[in-house]
Design a protein around this ligand. Structure first.
Ligand code: UD1
Ligand code: UDP
Length: 382
């Protein structure tokens, strides 16, 4: 029987981190001919992930521009992928999550009538402008895709509520697969600032913030709140690897540069990031990925957003939606820094997002869909 030709398409840091273990899984299985195409919507932040996981994409569209807009990303991906599909015609294209690369990848495949599999399917806030443009991207990919690999049962129910009832698999999130390969007890950081921190005596707060819907006043208020937390808590050390977006760089440096216990550093590679998280006291973030990783490592999270499409860890009590309001963010941070009981209540490891076997289930789901096996994978149960 011919091998199934499966092409993974991704372009940004989080997609690469979450697709890397899946590419490895497909490469290891004799039933698949695995091809990889990166759009390079992110350049440097993508390349560090490719290096760490030793991925060598067959196609690289190299589309990133310094001040790219949603339209330039989408149109360059669409045109580039049309060229790729003229050279090879996969049996299945896999896209991940909710970025512009994800949407354009699914649409480009659909235009060629190539089947689409959506990894990390079914996350929703119900607000089309938040996160922006991710909520609409993932909803549209939900319509375009033939196969939907939902991390959780709640994600599957979201799709069913939209009338999407075929080709659904509950697999867990591949980020938990990735996390199992990166965290090491004896890890030594390449970033010197991180080796110099006293993780036992100081309360290290890991910070990230980059979302487009937070640009403007919300991001101003978040940065002001971080500054206030640092000034009033000398026992804390805030470590903030700043996203390379010029908007984020400008805002973060204007508010936080020069505060003694705030460390503004370059984006970390994923091994450094996961190991820093494992040693941190608290995580404050608007990132999607960090909301999934930190609970698995038993780290409390304050989410710097108005909503989340990841309610599972909020329900488990390890994540709180802090919002983007100065007073609320500082109040919640103060509580976690000052009140040991409040901290302990949130600091326990939970795994609502996966058991490290998501990639295996996705590969099995593909084989099932193409009639190569009679049995679907057992769903992930948290
Ligand atoms: C994108 C995704 C977002 C995801 C985030 C992960 C869209 C619309 N947004 O947002 O869903 O959460 O990635 O980080 O798809 N830059 C560099 N080098 C890099 C990466 C970015 O210089 O390696 C700079 C460039 O100036 C670029 C800017 O960052 O123009 C913004 O990148 P872009 O991909 O457009 O948006 P993100 O905010 O990263
Ligand atoms: N990450 C990283 N280095 C950093 C910041 C984040 O490796 O400096 C990782 C993080 O651990 C997670 C992913 O990147 O796996 C999340 O990416 P990001 O926050 O950019 O995007 P989102 O998840 O919000 O889409």
């Amino acid at each position: 029987m011919d091998k199934l030709k499966v092409m993974t398409i991704f372009g940004t840091r989080p997609e690469a981190i979450k697709m890397a273990p899946l590419v490895k899984e497909l490469e290891a299985r004799p039933e698949f001919d695995s091809l990889c195409c990166v759009t390079a919507q992110h350049r440097q932040m993508l390349d560090t992930v490719l290096d760490i996981f030793k991925l060598e994409p067959q196609f690289d569209l190299d589309i990133m521009e310094a001040s790219q807009t949603l339209s330039t990303i989408t149109s360059k991906c669409l045109l580039g992928l049309e060229g790729v599909f003229k050279q090879v015609r996969p049996d299945l294209v896999l896209v991940h999550g909710d970025t512009s690369t994800t949407f354009a990848g699914a649409l480009a495949a659909f235009y060629q009538q190539i089947a689409v599999g959506h990894v990390e399917a079914g996350l929703r806030t119900g607000d089309r402008y938040s996160p922006f443009p991710e909520e609409m991207n993932r909803s549209m990919v939900g319509r375009l895709a033939d196969l939907h690999f939902c991390p959780t049962e709640a994600n599957r129910r979201n799709l069913e509520a939209e009338g999407i009832t075929k080709g659904l698999f509950v697999t867990g999130n591949t980020v938990i697969d990735a996390l199992q390969t990166t965290v090491a007890p004896e890890f030594s950081f390449a970033e010197e600032v991180l080796n110099g921190l006293d993780y036992g005596k100081k309360k290290v707060i890991l910070v990230t913030c980059h979302r487009r819907e937070n640009y403007g006043q919300p991001m101003e208020d978040i940065m002001a709140a971080l500054s206030r937390v640092a000034w009033t808590h000398p026992e804390a050390e805030l470590v903030y690897p700043v996203h390379l977006s010029p908007v984020v760089q400008e805002c973060a440096h204007r508010h936080l540069e020069g505060v003694e216990n705030i460390h503004l550093i370059a984006p970390l590679d994923v091994e450094e990031m996961h190991n820093l998280m494992a040693r941190s006291y608290l995580v404050m973030t608007d990132s999607g990925g960090l909301q999934e990783e930190a609970p698995a490592l038993g780290k409390p999270v304050l989410v710097l957003r108005k909503e989340t499409e990841r309610p599972e860890a909020v329900e488990a009590g390890t994540v709180k939606l802090a919002g983007v309001d100065y007073d609320r963010i500082t109040e919640l941070a103060d509580q976690l820094l000052d009140d040991p009981a409040a901290y302990q209540e949130m600091a326990h490891a939970v795994n609502p997002y996966g058991d490290g076997k998501a990639c295996r289930r996705i590969a099995d789901g593909i084989l099932y869909h193409f009639g190569r096996t009679g049995r679907p994978p057992e769903p992930f149960k948290s």
